[in-house]
Design a protein around this ligand. Structure first.
Ligand code: ANZ
Length: 844
């Protein structure tokens, strides 16, 4: 038709693309350079939403762009289809989570196809398929063999609503579960862990490789999460106890300032120490412990909280000066950090000072923070600050402010006069020589708790013998299939529903045939997504998880696109598993995602969209109303991709109007494809070629909105030539329309394809190579060149400041005025001063 009709265009092209499969990347002989562009795969929680519309629009711009640049682009998609929402929905409706999950996948897939993201559909995966989760189990077994998967009894985060444990990464800063929103409590349980702490240093140090290629915010969040502290372990002898107690400190230089020791009340050590104390101390401790166990970690770490604690009736001996230090239990010391015990230096640590002031414990300054730390070492006298009237600001016991800064050591024997850093090193040497301490590092990062007490996940491939031995399921018996839900109670009850599948749980011990039981827990679904980018390389291979040869060809991912909500969890786990697979000899790289683009959120009236707020914008409604292309273009045009898009501020109607305008340009072209562009309107050609030159750089730096703005300029310029200039038959009009169609393919693939057809070509415009800009048409400023004949100015015209002498002379010789003035006289000399002057001298 003659009217832009997005619905008709969508209906026309979708089946044609389905047939042509332009985005399949399966030709093994394709030797073009490769790009792997990956968008974070969706969770099938219903139909697609506006967040999906954004991420898949942006990722697709990148994938389509690299195809135009001559790359063989891998752009796959799948579904992250295990997890709690399916299970909770199944419980609520009394159905099987499989049905819910695969129905949603079918719905999302239909929407995704309509949305025309350029995916290679032949590589689609679902993590809840046995063909996929078999390889989670394989991965688990490889890690188990290396001691990287292990079980331990420990205090874990417990979600009382979902009735399952959570990884540290799944507990939000306010102490609630990222999924259910419930306040997370602690529970002591035997659970499976992946030993991510073995990789803490590499996970931290390798972030430097990603500098500039990942958003700096994400790099910083990962650094903080890993939280490496460098310091020393110091051993304190305990009176009446054979073994010493070790503490971790970042300030071994302050050891002379230690005036007491504090142990985490919930660490086994505290109970053990108090067991030998007076009965009233024991009673006080027990009462205190109950209180502590009922508080959250967040409460415990709050610095403004009143300090509480109890004396344990025991004493530690300071290894450097033999002083007797009373040992207390207090909840500001955490059981699972360092060694669960600290040497308290109240003069220089605020938490210790607050505690010392609350319980009247001594405070001794050992670093003079007013002393200059550069230049000569000042003379210091022992005890110079004791009762000093001159320097009241240095008395933390009265000011209540700990001296945390730099300075010079005092009251510290051989360390006196040293700067903090020198003293730290000197103290570590002293302790190491005496065998009472050593350099040490600590991490905030904890091992990754991967077992879940829920149904809809990957069964852990371990069998427990009657005698408590763990037997890995032999690899040739994988996958351990999830039992059917019939007869199972999926309701959360604190233990895995799989435990109720009697026939499934009870198996003979693979070693000796005695009765044994399968592990009934399932894996955290973040295991599934920690390596999925490798499965896309050979998704249908049932002999291995992924093909290292394909990984050599395609991986790591060149461009990863997804939300910042995955800044820690998913990205940290994927980085970890990549390093493990590297160490196991399967990969020759150590970072999975070479570049990362985080898109912002789609919001409405400044607020995050949610069902409860009732401010949802529905994907299908927007698509029905404005068309796929207008929605996609709106996402690209809204602003920098990392910014949030307020749907109230953007105009899909405006996008749609622009698309219609672009489409009409193609419709109006009357010249044939063979027309010689160089004969076309030069001003329009300049706009076209300036666009061709600038759009690649803008796209590669994610300035998609600027590319769209420039396309709008190009369409306007073309329209002007059609209506009021050289007209629709002008060659430059065709050239501009073709470039518009090609570039519009990044943002509005249906409109672009339809334009391409109207311009006389076969599909697919997505496979057309980007046209090279003609440098002679990239003149932005121009200046006036003068042509003289025998000293008289005969012509003037505009040229590029960069024009070379030959070109300038050629233009001068072609000038009508010059030709007329020369007549039939013979030129004997030409003087060219590019870019300003050409002077012809003729035979007199
Ligand atoms: C003595 C000292 C003196 C400390 C001083 C600090 C300043 P980050 O940076 O977080 O690693 N600490 C050690 N284990 C702890 C635990 N389980 N719970 C609570 N606090 C603990 O902090 C390391 C410092 O935190 C250690 O250095 C220790 O206090 C404390 F002027 O030791 B410090």
């Amino acid at each position: 038709g003659d009217i832009y009709d997005f619905a008709a265009i969508q209906a026309k092209w979708q089946p044609i693309w389905d047939e042509l499969k332009p985005f399949e990347t399966s030709d093994p002989d394709d030797n073009r350079p490769r790009k792997y562009v990956l968008d974070m795969f969706p969770y099938p929680s219903g139909d697609l939403h506006m967040g999906h519309a954004e991420v898949y629009a942006l990722g697709d711009i990148v994938a389509r762009y690299w195809r135009h640049q001559g790359f063989n682009v891998l752009h796959p998609i799948g579904w992250d289809s295990f997890g709690l929402p399916a299970e909770n929905a199944a419980i609520k409706r009394g159905i099987d989570p499989r049905g819910w999950t695969y129905d949603n996948i079918a719905q999302q897939k239909k929407s995704m196809k309509l949305y025309a993201a350029s995916f290679d559909w032949s590589r689609e995966i679902h993590t809840s398929d046995p063909e996929y989760y078999k390889w989670n189990q394989w991965l688990f077994l490889q890690m188990y063999k290396k001691g990287l998967a292990y079980r331990k009894d420990s205090w874990v985060n417990w979600d009382p609503v979902d009735q399952t444990v959570l990884a540290n990464e799944q507990v939000l800063a306010d102490g609630t579960s990222e999924r259910s929103g419930a306040v997370v409590v602690k529970k002591k349980l035997t659970q499976w862990y992946f030993k991510i702490t073995d990789y803490a240093d590499r996970l931290l140090d390798d972030l430097n490789q990603l500098e500039g290629a990942w958003p700096s915010k994400v790099l910083q969040m990962q650094r903080n999460w890993i939280g490496r502290s460098i310091g020393a372990d110091v051993d304190f002898t305990i009176e009446g106890r054979a073994a010493p107690v070790t503490v971790f400190t970042t300030r071994p230089d302050t050891l002379f300032g230690a005036t007491f020791m504090v142990v985490a009340p919930d660490a086994d050590l505290a109970s053990e120490l108090v067991a030998d104390a007076a009965p009233e101390l024991q009673a006080a401790f027990k009462e205190y412990l109950v209180k502590v166990q009922n508080s959250t970690e967040i409460e415990r770490q709050a610095t403004d909280r009143e300090k509480t604690g109890v004396f344990l009736g025991r004493y530690a001996i300071n290894p450097v000066n033999g002083e007797r230090l009373p040992i207390w239990a207090a909840d500001y010391v955490l059981a699972d950090y360092g060694h669960g015990a600290v040497m308290a230096v109240p003069a220089h640590d605020q938490r210790d000072l607050d505690f010392a002031r609350a319980f009247d414990l001594p405070v001794r300054v050992v670093v003079d923070t007013l002393a200059p730390i550069t230049g000569a070492i000042p003379v210091v006298t022992e005890g110079m600050l004791d009762g000093s009237e001159e320097l009241p600001q240095l008395d933390p016991a009265s000011t209540g402010i700990a001296l945390a800064g730099e300075g010079r050591l005092i009251n510290s024997g051989a360390l006196n006069g040293m700067s903090k850093n020198t003293a730290v090193a000197a103290m570590i040497t002293t302790l190491t020589d005496a065998g009472t301490g050593r350099a040490a590092k600590n991490y905030r990062l904890r091992d990754w708790l991967i077992s879940r007490q829920r149904y809809w996940g990957t069964p852990i491939p371990i069998i427990h013998g009657e005698d408590g031995t763990e037997i890995p399921v032999p690899e040739d018996q994988l996958p351990v299939l999830l039992p059917p839900t019939e007869g199972l109670d999926l309701k959360p009850k604190g233990t895995s529903p799989l435990g109720g599948a009697t026939d499934w749980v009870n198996v003979p011990n693979p070693i000796d045939g005695t009765p044994a039981k399968r592990d009934a827990d399932t894996m955290d679904t973040f295991v599934d997504s920690s390596w999925y980018f490798l499965r896309f390389l050979n998704p249908n291979d049932d002999t291995k998880a992924f093909d290292p040869k394909e990984a050599d060809k395609w991986a790591p991912v060149d461009q990863y696109v997804g939300g910042v909500e995955h800044a820690i969890l998913h990205l940290l786990y994927a980085r970890f598993i990549t390093k493990v697979l590297h160490d196991l000899g399967y990969l020759n790289f150590t970072e999975p995602f070479s570049a990362l683009l985080n898109q912002g959120m789609v919001i409405l009236d400044g607020a995050k969209m949610s069902k409860s707020k009732g401010n949802l914008v529905y994907f299908t409604e927007e698509i029905d109303r404005h068309g796929v292309d207008a929605v996609r273009l709106t996402m690209a045009f809204a602003g920098p991709p990392e910014d949030d898009i307020d749907w109230a501020d953007v105009s899909p109607v405006g996008s749609s109007k622009f698309l219609a305008r672009a489409w009409r340009v193609a419709k109006d072209v009357t010249s044939a494809p063979e027309v010689d562009w160089s004969t076309g309107d030069v001003a329009l050609r300049r706009v076209t070629h300036r666009f061709l030159a600038d759009a690649p750089g803008l796209t590669e730096s994610f300035k998609f909105n600027v590319v769209v703005a420039r396309l709008m300029e190009l369409v306007n310029a073309t329209r002007k030539v059609i209506d009021t200039g050289a007209g629709p038959a002008d060659a430059a009009v065709r050239e501009a329309a073709e470039v518009t169609a090609m570039a519009l393919n990044l943002f509005a693939p249906y409109t672009a394809e339809d334009m391409w057809e109207r311009l006389g070509y076969e599909p697919c415009v997505a496979l057309v190579q980007w046209r090279k800009a003609d440098p002679t048409l990239l003149v932005t400023e121009s200046l006036t060149a003068v042509v003289q004949v025998d000293g008289k100015v005969r012509d003037r015209f505009e040229v590029s400041p960069k024009i070379d002498a030959d070109e300038l002379e050629k233009l001068a010789r072609e000038s009508r005025a010059v030709i007329r003035s020369l007549g039939d006289r013979e030129i004997v000399k030409v003087i060219v001063r590019a870019p300003r002057l050409v002077s012809f001298v003729t035979k007199p």
